[in-house]
Write a protein that binds this ligand. Structure first.
Ligand code: FEO
Length: 169
């Protein structure tokens, strides 16, 4: 049976993951509004990934005998200063999520909740990938700077991204 403190913290993280999805969907809407449909698609796929993260934790919580308590999802920001600003915000957000996951791992460890500790290892690996991807996007946007044709080509590239749910472990 899951420890009460861990159950509460995982419920908080489910909310944080769903909020991440909501934030990225808001970024997608912003990118659509400035005529970057490929980037909007990329961000929409990112939102689906966050939904997947939230549901992965939700499923675990139930399987571990806990109770999922859904809370209000905060309204995300809706305006940015351009695509570079958006990707910088993604990187900053992912760094924040990494620290939340690290706190959860510390809690599971101190509560001797080995099952939750084990489940959270997936999220630790995922955050390495999330930060690396966001950092890569910031790097590419910095190279493009104000070159409209490079921006157009990069946008077309990002239009190809599709959501593939990770294989369940
Ligand atoms: Fe669920 Fe992007 O971290």
């Amino acid at each position: 049976m899951i420890k009460e403190k861990v159950e509460k913290a995982l419920n908080g993280q489910i909310n944080a993951e769903l909020y991440s999805g909501y934030l990225y969907l808001s970024m997608s809407a912003y990118l659509e509004s400035i005529s970057l449909p490929g980037m909007a698609n990329w961000m929409r796929v990112q939102a689906s990934e966050e939904q997947f993260h939230g549901m992965k934790m939700y499923d675990y919580l139930i399987e571990a005998g806990g109770r999922a308590n859904l809370m209000t999802i905060e309204a995300p920001k809706s305006e940015w200063k351009g695509p570079l600003d958006v990707f910088k915000a993604v990187l900053e957000h992912e760094q924040k999520v990494t620290s939340l996951i690290n706190d959860l791992v510390d809690l599971a460890f101190s509560e001797k909740d080995h099952a939750s500790y084990n489940m959270l290892q997936w999220f630790i690996h995922e955050q390495v990938e999330e930060e690396s991807t966001a950092s890569d996007m910031v790097g590419k946007m910095n190279m493009i700077k104000d070159d409209p044709s490079a921006l157009f080509m990069f946008d077309q590239e990002l239009a190809k991204r599709v959501f593939t749910p990770p294989v369940k472990e």
